[in-house]
Design a protein around this ligand. Structure first.
Ligand SMILES: [Mg+2]
Length: 263
């Protein structure tokens, strides 16, 4: 059966797999986006595999999968790649087990870093990791800035400045990362989108051909840029954060609703 309409350009190969952002695509905060839920249910029934990649570091993969299932989208923990997981993987690749990490972020991020074999500390730190911390204080910002000034590398789970929520937008992890980077004068290493690491992880889990896999997102500077860097056909859906008119990134296809992708 056809799972894609003629809105994809001529020459686009048969779709084999989908990688998608979550917030602003499948839901806005706690509210599901009905058309998107229907499309993913349709793809599941049609046997088209999908994986989700989220810059959100404040929930575990299982918590995201559970939220998706509550909305009616079939999903397991292994279907979701989070920036907290990806950050822990990057730490493991670059630093020895037992290195001390100051984490500014949610408990899910601390758990992922600790599970990777690192010591969480606010007394001494070899590395500073910054995600979205909804209980941020001046004291935490001061601690982070001092560690970075003393030479600790600055790692950010994601650069998002704004997050869509039920009643508008809230500031994201990128705001905290930008503040610490500005104060310390040190450029951060960013793990999440627009870097392609999470896309590559999702692609490996899908096992589909790169040229037959699409990347869906609501933000040009993160989702679409990451998809392009990974060499995927990119689809911008306009149900989340309004696209910045200043962005120089272009999606291969722009649609108002995900339902436009289903015949
Ligand atoms: Mg989004």
């Amino acid at each position: 059966m056809s799972v894609v309409t003629n809105s994809l350009p001529p020459g686009f190969p048969d779709l084999a797999g989908v990688i998608s952002d979550l917030d602003g695509v499948v839901y806005r905060g706690a509210e599901p986006i009905a058309e998107a839920v229907e499309v993913f249910r349709h793809w599941h029934k049609a046997g088209l595999p999908y994986r989700f990649v989220t810059n959100n570091s404040t929930k575990s993969a299982e918590e995201f999968a559970s939220k998706l299932r509550d909305f009616g989208v079939p999903a397991q923990a292994s279907d979701v790649v989070t920036s907290a997981q990806a950050t822990a993987e990057l730490l493991k690749a670059r630093w020895p087990e037992g290195a001390r990490v100051f984490v500014m972020g949610a408990s899910s991020l601390m758990e992922a870093v600790a599970a990777a074999g690192f010591e969480i500390s606010d007394q001494k730190a070899d590395i500073v990791v910054v995600g979205l911390d909804r209980t941020v204080t001046y004291a935490k910002l001061k601690t982070a800035v001092r560690f970075v000034l003393n030479g600790a590398p600055l790692i950010g789970t994601n650069p998002d400045l704004l997050l869509p929520c039920e009643d508008g937008f809230e500031p994201g992890a990128g705001m905290l990362l930008t503040a610490i980077s500005a104060a310390s004068g040190k450029a951060p290493t960013v793990v999440g989108k627009p870097e392609p690491h999470m896309i590559e992880t999702a692609l490996a889990r899908l096992g589909t051909e790169r040229t037959r896999t699409i990347m869906i997102g609501d933000q040009l500077d993160t989702d679409i840029q990451a998809g392009r860097r990974a060499g995927l056909f990119s689809v911008l859906v306009q149900t989340g954060v309004p696209a910045s008119s200043r962005s120089e990134i272009q999606a291969d296809l722009t649609i108002a609703s995900l339902s436009e992708l289903v015949a």
